[in-house]
Design a protein. Structure first.
Length: 279
């Protein structure tokens, strides 16, 4: 499997021409198909894709991890460029109005409903885990062994009956089987990385985790909140000793440093333009 991070919060280490933003978009391909996981906050992912030599028209499937705008904001730019791919997403993104009050200011985080309506024939809405291909499964996190990230308490949804806490029940992770091991992609991990790993193991029956790729939503320790990053790192070290972690976007600088301190060379920072070949 070949993977390219098209957009991330972190700048490219080697190509200053590539853009960054508070968002995430990951392109990956296997022997038979090409996929896109999220579309960032704007059309910047597309600018980078072109600079990296990708033909967006060739993408076979787009998977939206959840409904937040920093992962769906570039949706129209994708649908205008690609006229064949189905868009896989939770059924809840068409129902929820998403918001945040993280800095005491209410911010609308919803996807553009006009885009969802205009291109509704392209969408495949899911309520349960879904086998996208022989090796790729879309997984909803059902496990709650560990507490959710502290920052989730600033997030809300409204289905027309009043605002309620966001429980990330729309969040989809990818469990990709490579050589009898799992590579897991999860853009924000609002349900918590450890819960997500457990859910992917339960859904696939595969317990060996080769890699985890994505943001961890631990950024709120920047503001002195109490996410126990050391506990998370120690749990990974004890339960998934062979796992390599590639993380960025909403993980946060302090959390990254602590993960790196505990897990050492098994932790790597994601950035726009990062390329991996796995398997």
């Amino acid at each position: 499997m070949k993977l390219k991070v098209l957009i991330d919060n972190n700048h490219s280490k080697s190509n200053s021409d590539l853009l960054s933003e508070h968002g995430l978009s990951i392109y990956f391909e296997d022997e038979s198909s090409k996929y896109l996981f999220d579309v960032g906050a704007s059309g910047r992912w597309l600018v980078n894709a072109c600079k990296m030599g990708l033909n967006v028209q060739d993408i076979d499937s787009l998977i939206l991890s959840h409904g937040h705008a920093d992962h769906t904001g570039g949706l129209s730019s994708f649908l205008l460029q690609n006229n064949k791919a189905n868009v896989f997403a939770s059924e809840k993104i068409q129902k929820y109005i998403y918001s945040s009050n993280r800095h005491d200011t209410v911010v609308d985080l919803s996807p553009h409903k006009s885009v969802l309506n205009e291109y509704r024939s392209r969408f495949v809405y899911l309520a349960e885990d879904y086998q996208l291909s022989q090796s790729i499964k879309l997984v909803f996190c059902r496990k709650e062994s560990y507490t959710l990230p502290e920052g989730d308490k600033f997030l809300f949804v409204d289905e027309g009956e009043g605002e309620k806490p966001y429980l990330a029940d729309d969040e989809i992770s990818l469990a990709i089987t490579i050589n009898k091991s799992l590579v897991i992609m999860s853009s924000c991990s609002h349900r918590g990385i450890l819960n997500i790993i457990e859910s992917c193991i339960h859904s696939t029956g595969i317990s060996n985790i080769a890699a985890f790729i994505g943001g961890l939503h631990l950024v709120d320790i920047e503001d002195g909140k109490q996410d126990d990053v050391r506990m998370i790192a120690e749990a990974i070290k004890n339960h998934y000793p062979d796992m390599v972690l590639y993380t960025g976007h909403c993980t946060g600088k302090k959390a990254y440093r602590e993960l790196k301190r505990v897990l050492g060379d098994s932790v790597h920072k994601m950035y726009s333009g990062m390329t991996l070949i796995m398997g």
